[in-house]
Write a protein that binds this ligand. Structure first.
Ligand code: BGC
Length: 774
């Protein structure tokens, strides 16, 4: 080798070293700058983007539904159109295609025909379970048990992922204060804080700690934003809330989900103050992607880009596409607006390439994170689909979640828990042996009639010597939906007047030592498009209730429902009421666990139950107003014919034991904005059974730059307390609990006086006060 060549070698080595070092430093800086972005993924995303033609970029922003399970008006575009688009690599995602076989078949179309072979992502509404069905989200929220909530979401993810799905359109974290709104069943109820912590638990459950694992799926925080505030509880209706209410009441659960790393957001059908959310730049670009620095993508709601026309916000689909893309809606679910118009809009400079590229990158990023580029069929494993879905272990978790979701509303005569040696039980009511209703709405692949009915649960709990008398007593007013039916096209019927079943029910009631009366709602009375002005018992249920109660006072009302109902007659007359929501696959067993005392109920209401529908929207954390209450005068902010408070308040729920709260102590009464107070309270189990209690902490900021609610939930702890035991519970009262979105348009703690309450519901009587000073 020549001498010069030998000399060059070490120089080259030094050069490579220096280059590598510099690259390392730059990469490190980039990683730092890009906060939570993974630089390796970003490089891959950029390299794919660089190869993409315009039609392929636009294609990534397109989402089609499979033919079945449509959740909105179906489009006129036929299957052939979708097929061609898939072949050309002009579709980013499909929804409503499930099973390994179908997702593989669809993925193959893209892989075998398209130029760049960018894998599809398959989305589906996995709301409270995939095939193993857990309690409806509102019901499960009544558990206030973040561990079980996270667990059920993780099982739902495992089953969905085993069936070809990588993305769920959940959790819904819309704060909802109106029982008339059918979709109240899908969230965590009326409280902002509860929606935030439960939403985060669900996101963590679905996504786990690594999206690339084959048993986790991407979550979707929806509906951004304000959907739960629909005027008069009418679905899709106008929302009129001020900027401060938006920030203080509605956005915190979304911010918490974004911080927890939720992969996607879905925008909402409603407008807020004249701007439909799908076209709302302030929400999607400025707040979500700007202030919060969130890196995921926003999918529109079903057809919501096209609906900008009906809103009167766009004159045609082209303008709708322009508005939505500029506002930050990245993916078009079933509007066919992006595929038709983005190219022209780009030519006309009505949208920018930078914005288009940004949307594409967000979608590609998730596909990389899910591992789809490594293996587009990694979710298509027949063995997993066969063995990981609807297993015994999953059903056991469903039973656990279900029993923890039950709320004991009334047990005045201590009728509950029952002995398993009762001589006889009458099990009555249209829902008593219903094996389908307990699956609730949004039941994904939950099979028709696959739930355990109350009757079945009771039969398997009692011994041979207990006689059971079953009578249906009458029909529920909604027809039950059969497999293959599209519930969105189902006719509504509220006209059942047939009382012919009541006499037999009365005879059964006479024979029973006790009566279980299962009444409430049909599974499909709540859910999308299921708003009602009457939240009482439909059909002949009220007559049935009164007739049964007349002949046997030992009645337990077993309520099954998806919303707070008007149960005032029952509450005023019948001593025992158990709120059982729609509890899912293991409903009957879970109800029996509570009825016979194998589980001591621990659920607490995530929504206020009203005295009557006229009180709606009803929520505990109202403003005081200038005229809060007057015992002697009608000119106060209430009603002349009903109380202004709830029949059963937020946070309420009884146990078979009793809890006493005492010695609420603060370690200081004055703090600065950055200090914290250590709060302690003693909670004693004064009964004879072990039991869990949800210890709740509420705070009121007495005077603010904006008026503040009369109290707000700021923390809770669910804890087991043995019979006779006293536990000291601690909370750290800190800036997180005291701050709000102030007149200065930022989250901050204001100086002044505060009250704090601790107790077992939102009427917690134990109170202390403190001040925040300079
Ligand atoms: C609902 C969404 C749902 C979507 C897809 C819409 O009608 O509002 O919550 O995820 O359909 O099924």
């Amino acid at each position: 080798m020549k001498k010069q060549t030998l000399l060059l070698f070490p120089i080259l080595l030094i050069a490579i070293f220096l280059y590598g070092f510099k690259k390392f430093v730059i990469d490190e800086q980039k990683t730092h700058l890009a906060t939570n972005l993974d630089i390796r993924v970003e490089q891959k995303v950029d390299s794919v983007l660089a190869l993409m033609h315009l039609n392929e970029k636009i294609g990534q922003l397109v989402q089609y539904s499979g033919k079945w399970n449509a959740t909105g008006p179906s489009s006129s575009n036929g299957d052939q159109h979708k097929l061609n688009k898939l072949k050309n690599g002009e579709v980013g995602s499909m929804l409503n295609i499930t099973s390994v076989e179908s997702t593989r078949e669809t993925q193959k179309i893209v892989m075998e025909n398209s130029r760049l072979k960018i894998p599809l992502i398959f989305g589906y509404d996995v709301i409270h379970g995939y095939k193993t069905i857990f309690p409806i989200p509102l019901g499960e929220s009544a558990s206030w048990d973040l561990d079980i909530i996270k667990k059920t979401a993780s099982i739902a993810a495992k089953e969905a992922a085993a069936s070809g799905i990588q993305w769920t359109f959940a959790p819904m974290i819309d704060v909802s204060r109106d029982a008339r709104w059918g979709r109240i069943m899908e969230g965590a109820g009326e409280d902002t804080y509860l929606n935030a912590v439960i939403g985060v638990a669900r996101v963590q459950g679905f996504q786990g700690d690594d999206l690339s694992k084959s048993n986790t799926i991407a979550a979707c925080a929806k509906h951004f934003a304000g959907y739960g505030f629909a005027e008069a509880g009418r679905d899709y209706n106008t929302v009129n809330i001020g900027e401060y209410e938006l920030h203080n009441a509605i956005l915190p659960p979304f911010k918490a989900a974004a911080e927890a790393g939720v992969a996607t957001f879905m925008n909402s059908f409603n407008e807020i103050d004249g701007i439909p959310s799908t076209g709302n730049k302030m929400l999607q670009r400025d707040i979500l992607k700007g202030d919060w620095g969130w890196n995921g993508f926003v999918v529109s709601d079903w057809g919501s880009i096209g609906e900008l026309i009906a809103h009167g916000y766009a004159k045609d689909k082209k303008q709708a596409a322009e508005i939505a893309l500029n506002a930050g809606s990245d993916m078009d679910m079933e509007s066919y607006a992006y595929e038709a118009h983005l190219e022209t809009l780009l030519k006309e400079k009505k949208i920018s390439l930078a914005q288009l590229d940004d949307a594409v990158k967000r979608i590609l990023r998730l596909k990389f994170n899910l591992g789809l580029f490594d293996d587009p069929y990694k979710y298509c494993d027949e063995a997993r689909e066969k063995n990981n879905v609807y297993t015994k272990e999953h059903l056991a978790i469903a039973r656990d979640a279900a029993k923890k979701s039950i709320v004991l509303l009334k047990n005045e005569t201590k009728l509950l828990p029952f002995s398993k040696n009762l001589k006889s039980i009458a099990v009555i009511g249209p829902l008593a042996d219903d094996k389908d209703a307990p699956l609730g709405n949004w039941r994904a692949k939950g099979e028709y009639n696959s739930s355990m009915s109350l009757l079945e649960g009771v039969k398997s709990a009692v011994g041979k010597n207990t006689k059971i008398y079953y009578e249906k007593g009458g029909d529920l007013t909604m027809p039950t939906i059969k497999p293959g039916d599209n519930q969105f096209l189902y006719p509504l019927r509220f006209n059942t007047t047939d009382v012919s079943g009541i006499p037999a029910a009365v005879e059964a009631a006479k024979k029973g030592e006790v009566v279980l009366l299962a009444i409430g709602e049909d599974a499909f009375q709540t859910g999308e498009g299921r708003s009602q002005t009457n939240i009482g018992f439909f059909g002949v249920q009220q007559q049935l209730l009164e007739a049964v109660y007349k002949v046997n006072k030992n009645v337990v009302i077993v309520l099954m429902n998806g919303r707070p109902m008007d149960i005032s007659w029952a509450a005023n007359n019948v001593p025992t009421i158990l709120e059982c929501w729609f509890l899912g696959s293991e409903s009957g067993n879970a109800m029996a666990d509570v009825l016979f005392g194998d589980y001591n109920p621990s659920g607490k209401l995530p929504v206020s139950f009203p005295h009557n529908v006229g009180q709606e929207p009803l929520y505990y954390n109202q403003k005081n107003t200038g005229r809060p209450y007057s015992p002697s005068h009608v000119t106060y902010s209430g009603y002349t014919d009903a109380p202004k408070t709830a029949l059963y308040p937020f946070g309420f729920g009884l146990s078979y034991t009793t809890f006493e709260y005492k010695n609420l102590k603060l370690d200081k009464n004055t703090i600065s904005k950055t200090e914290e107070i250590k709060l302690s309270v003693e909670v004693s189990n004064t009964g004879t059974r072990d039991g869990e209690e949800v210890v709740q902490l509420y705070i009121r900021d007495l005077v603010g730059s904006l008026t503040r609610p009369v109290k707000e939930l700021k923390g809770f702890q669910k804890t087991m307390i043995k019979a006779g035991e006293t536990k000291t519970i601690y909370f750290a009262v800190n800036a997180d609990m005291l701050q709000f979105y102030t007149i200065n348009k930022k989250w901050e703690v204001e100086l002044g006086d505060f009250n704090v309450w601790v107790g077992g519901d939102s009427n917690a009587p134990l109170k202390a006060s403190f001040s925040v000073t300079e």
